[in-house]
Design a protein around this ligand. Sequence first.
Ligand code: NAD
Ligand code: TYD
Length: 362
Amino acid sequence: MILVTGGAGFIGSNFVLDWLAQGGEPLLNLDQLTYAGNLENLASVEGDARHLFVRGDIGDSELVAGLLRQHRPRAVLHFAAESHVDRSILGPAEFVETNVVGTFRLLEAVRAYWRELPEGEARAFRFLHVSTDEVYGTLGPDDAAFSETNAYAPNSPYAASKAASDHFVRAYHHTYGLPTLTTNCSNNYGPFQFPEKLIPLMIANALDGAALPVYGDGRQVRDWLYVGDHCAALRRVLEAGRPGATYNIGGWNEKANIEVVHALCDALDAAVPKAGAGYRAQIKFVADRPGHDRRYAINAGLIERELGWKPAHTFETGLRRTIAWYLDHAGWVANVRSGEYKKWMERNYGDRDGLRSALPVK
Ligand code: NAD
Ligand code: TYD
């Protein structure tokens, strides 16, 4: 079997569902169920005996050691993390705790387990660390896209914590020979993404008639990848990636934030027309994110050349699917926006340039 950490979050749950749908072997899903973890994402595999869920912390060394001993996975795919830049700005400590210390403790438990495996199993074992393009810092408008050899230059506490975890993974390969794989992926979007991130936040606010808060001038550029394509890339890296290697994963799809928001508004105008002005009228430019990285771009040439992976979705097809999913899952959105979510919206947006009155009140 394989062990997945963070498999109740956005990308992790998409990975678990895809893995099982493609006839993958049983998997153990270790997730602490923080605000971002949601068992509702996994409702469709509730009765599937191949999915074993354990609620727990990657930093709980005893728990992880026991699970490894008992289930003897052939691979660990490490998704669990604190993942939202704005939360890292307002409260960086948890990012250090989970992303740095948690990953370190997980690596220690995995190293102890791996050391005791029979030679053939030890050689075939993989630790796949799921990371982000944000570790490379920011690009100017004409700079070449990030390649695997770019120097690390993280700018947010989130990016710094992921960079630190990447360095530990690298060191465990270099020093102890642990067969690691690291992937650095660009911005994902798709089903089950928590509506604190740009795309699901804008869809939810638009449908509420609330403000669409664009930070700064909205000209920051991100590369966007449909989550199903990311999952396919991870399966391929697990299958054929070179131990110790890093692969950048991206969609060849750079867009300024304002373009993304316009595309969302136009698609919603067509799908859910409303009286009067279209959804673009709800756009509000608000105070920028401190230290906001201007541009990310991924050169995904290595994974294409070496492993034959390319994204299957364009931004248009991925966005269409994503919007359809959110429109079909209003109950899921309502559930995740209750409780803690309201406090987060107030904390992150309450003081941004008179936006308070425009916050969704549901
Ligand atoms: P997410 O915030 O949606 O989910 C994170 C999951 O990890 C949640 O289910 C949460 O309960 C769990 N978790 C958090 N702390 C834990 C702990 N201490 N022990 C066990 N479980 C814990 O995140 P996501 O967007 O699905 O991202 C998954 C991974 O992919 C992260 O490592 C992130 O850095 C990376 N990544 C994300 C993106 C993106 O666009 N979302 C892009 C590139 C890389
Ligand atoms: P986000 O989805 O938080 O991902 P990341 O910060 O990891 O790239 O944000 C994507 C872009 O959208 C980023 O440039 C910040 C911007 N943004 C807004 O303009 N308004 C918002 O309310 C949010 C959440 C993000």
